[in-house]
Design a protein around this ligand. Structure first.
Ligand SMILES: Cc1cc2nc3c(=O)[nH]c(=O)nc-3n(C[C@H](O)[C@H](O)[C@H](O)COP(=O)(O)OP(=O)(O)OC[C@H]3O[C@@H](n4cnc5c(N)ncnc54)[C@H](O)[C@@H]3O)c2cc1C
Length: 221
């Protein structure tokens, strides 16, 4: 088995290393010390194609393999966790979920702009009372005609106060545990959805980690 990196993998790794070292590394100590957040960095990551790296080209991505994705994560993490977190939630948890499980209509509506870096996405599972124990989340989804109505609170969500698209987990019936869980795509601007950032964290201080409140948020079934 050949474990050598391909010329293409090396080219992407070196491009990301050079960018992160030039545009983020000189400032990150100050941003981290002050808890200063710079969302414009994500626009640059989108321009570099990082926000759609492993997504197929037909959905607006770069079509790169997972070794390339891992190399990019190493280079970003070497400068600061907040850079790599964006790849984890936007690409790994949201976009790859849409690619794997979304309908063609959902892919065209949400995955394509995410892969192009036009929209930022995140993943909202954790709640104030449920972390590892994800089967016991309390956010409820209640069917109402052609819609579901979502009510609940999410906590410790990366990009909560920045993302355009949210993959929100809710339960149809808390008594069902993990078997009652469903996932819904919700767009910022949907009535009843509000977000905020957590300040004074001990880590990821240059990144946006926050909360999401859902009060009678209506999403199509
Ligand atoms: C910076 C940051 C960003 C995050 N971003 C996101 C995000 O984007 N989206 C999202 O949904 N969530 C996010 N999270 C939440 C994260 O996924 C949770 O923190 C994680 O699931 C753990 O949950 P918890 O913090 O409630 O800890 P708990 O589940 O309360 O666990 C506390 C400790 O108990 C241990 N433990 C738990 N259960 C058991 C068991 N049965 N047996 C033995 N030990 C156990 C755990 O290993 C841990 O050490 C983020 C968290 C942080 C800190």
């Amino acid at each position: 088995m050949d474990f050598e990196l391909t010329p293409e993998q090396i080219q992407v790794r070196d491009m990301v290393r050079e960018w992160a070292q030039r545009e983020v590394a000189p400032y990150i100590r100050e941003w981290d010390a002050k808890g200063e957040y710079h969302p414009e960095i994500y626009r640059r990551m989108g321009e570099l194609g990082l926000l759609g790296l492993p997504i197929p080209e037909r959905y607006g991505g770069g079509g790169f393999d997972y070794v390339t994705l891992a190399l990019v994560c190493e280079e970003l993490e070497a400068v600061d966790t907040f850079l790599r977190v964006a790849i984890s939630v936007h690409v790994g948890l949201n976009s790859l979920t849409l690619l794997q499980w979304g309908t063609e209509e959902q892919k065209q509506r949400w995955l394509v702009p995410q892969a192009r870096g036009e929209k930022l996405a995140t993943f909202a599972l954790t709640e104030p009372g449920a972390g590892s124990d994800a089967g016991h989340i309390q956010t409820r989804a209640v069917k109402d005609g052609d819609s579901y109505i979502l009510n609940g609170e999410k906590m410790w969500i990366s990009l909560a106060n920045t993302a355009d698209h949210f993959l929100v987990f809710a339960t149809l019936d808390p008594a069902l545990g993990h078997r009652g869980l469903c996932a819904f795509m919700v767009e910022r601007g949907t009535p009843g959805l509000t977000t905020g950032s957590i300040h004074g964290k001990l880590g990821v201080r240059a990144g946006d980690t926050g909360w999401i409140s859902l009060q009678n948020v209506r999403v199509p079934a």
